[in-house]
Design a protein around this ligand. Structure first.
Ligand code: AMP
Ligand code: GLY
Length: 400
């Protein structure tokens, strides 16, 4: 099958690896992705659907939300290209948090109570402040003190560092987080193996929020909560989204009062994908293509038993900054049963890998049990070195 994968991070590297054996194309891609996929002739986002059509692409999978927000899926569909990714309108579940909060209230989907902030004096701590529009992963602040809250509100509302949008304050929920990602088509859903993402930069869930410093996935993860999650959250959400096609990511908090939605994302997670895809076997390309065409065909895939752990090596300045062109040592020493996912790297002229981003490399290990998967992932991580490298040591340990 001729498939195009849109994006350039670790999630898209995991996608092309999972779809290996097909005729793969990528845009904008990365050096690691282009080891498995071909580039399109030079083109920009506006020209991409026409180029894909000309190159007889049979399935397009969109990774990052920003392209969905720009209407890429709508423009592919208008050209008759099957695309796994929602329309710009349906992507509002992620790209407009006020829209998402109203959607949840309307459909009685459990979530933290909220209000829209128009006056900074109305903010009470503790709370979680969220900028309503896309903010490159920096739009949420868990505020334990009023000082923290005022500082974030000042940045968002007065300095407008994220651009135009609204500010929401919601109650602080406590519990274990879980990412449940489904494939959705025309009111049908298929729940993929759930994952746990570790968003704060440092051990013990301390430090600033990041895109994700590591993940665990297993079809057994939080097994006892899945029936509630499906009945209270997934089913009513999907029933309200009549023509959605693509992945839908439910960011959940398992609170003492039951599961609650923290956020919806209209795409596969990153680095959830790096832990989930190694557990999904079968005819993945055909499964995705049928979903893009409106059919969920569960028979085409199966979920392996066992656990995966993905640990991320990030740049010294991440999440504030990136690392450019530092030599990455040790990749060649990693054994073949560890999956190496490139999130932010490039190949230098001499063939050596160098850093080129915030999150640089993700390593995934798979095993029958969580402790062994964790041990193997961290044993492999010991080989990787670049100046300033940061990683967490408690992925797969904290919250278990
Ligand atoms: P979001 O920007 O909505 O994806 O949230 C990013 C992270 O902030 C989540 O993964 C949680 O760790 C945290 N978070 C968001 N909303 C809440 C909430 N209401 N209570 C506690 N933590 C939250
Ligand atoms: N890992 C969090 C996300 O993909 O949004």
């Amino acid at each position: 099958m001729r498939i195009s994968v849109i994006g350039q991070g670790g999630r898209e590297h995991a996608l092309v690896r999972a779809l290996h054996g097909n005729e793969l194309f990528a845009w904008p891609g990365s050096d690691a992705i282009f080891e498995l996929a071909r580039p399109f002739p030079a083109c920009d986002l506006a020209a991409l659907p026409a180029v894909m059509k000309k190159m007889r692409i049979e399935l397009c999978i969109v990774g990052p939300e920003a392209y969905l927000d720009k209407g890429l899926a709508d423009r592919c569909r208008a050209k008759g290209i099957p695309v796994l990714g929602p329309s710009q309108k349906d992507a509002r579940l992620e790209t407009d948090k006020v829209f998402a909060k109203r959607f949840m209230a309307r459909h009685r989907i459990p979530a933290a109570p909220y209000k829209i902030i128009t006056d900074v004096e109305d903010i009470k701590a503790p709370c979680v402040l969220k900028f309503s529009r896309l903010a490159g992963g920096k739009g949420t602040c868990v505020c334990r003190t009023i000082l923290e809250a005022r500082r974030f509100a000042q940045k968002a509302m007065v300095e407008k560092v994220f651009g135009d949008g609204q500010l929401i304050a919601e109650s602080l929920l406590t519990g274990r987080e879980l990412s449940v990602i489904c494939t959705i088509a025309e009111g049908e859903y298929h729940i993929l193996p759930p994952a746990r993402d570790y968003k704060p930069l440092r051990d013990g869930d301390r430090g600033p929020n990041t895109g994700g410093m590591g993940t665990v996935a297993s079809r057994d993860l939080e097994k006892n909560s899945m029936a509630d999650i499906e009945a209270l959250i997934i089913r009513p959400t999907v029933a309200a989204l009549r023509h959605y096609r693509g992945f839908l990511y439910f960011g959940l908090m398992l609170t003492p009062d039951g599961p609650q939605v923290l956020e919806y994302n209209c795409r596969m997670g990153d680095p959830e994908a790096q832990a989930m895809f190694p557990l999904i076997k079968g005819s993945l390309a055909e499964y995705f293509r049928q979903a893009a065409e409106g059919f969920i065909n569960r028979e085409l895939v199966r979920f392996s038993p066992g656990w995966t752990v993905c640990v991320t090596a990030a740049a010294g300045k991440y999440p504030q900054g990136i690392a450019e062109s530092l030599f990455i040592q040790g990749l060649e020493k990693i054994s073949g049963d560890i999956m190496i996912y490139h999130a932010g790297s490039r190949r230098a002229a001499n063939g050596k890998w160098r850093t080129n981003g915030g999150r640089i490399i993700g390593l995934t290990a798979k095993s029958a049990d969580l402790a062994t998967a964790r041990e193997h992932a961290y044993a492999a991580l010991q080989y990787i070195q670049f100046k300033g490298m940061q990683f967490r040591t408690d992925i797969g340990k904290l919250h278990f």
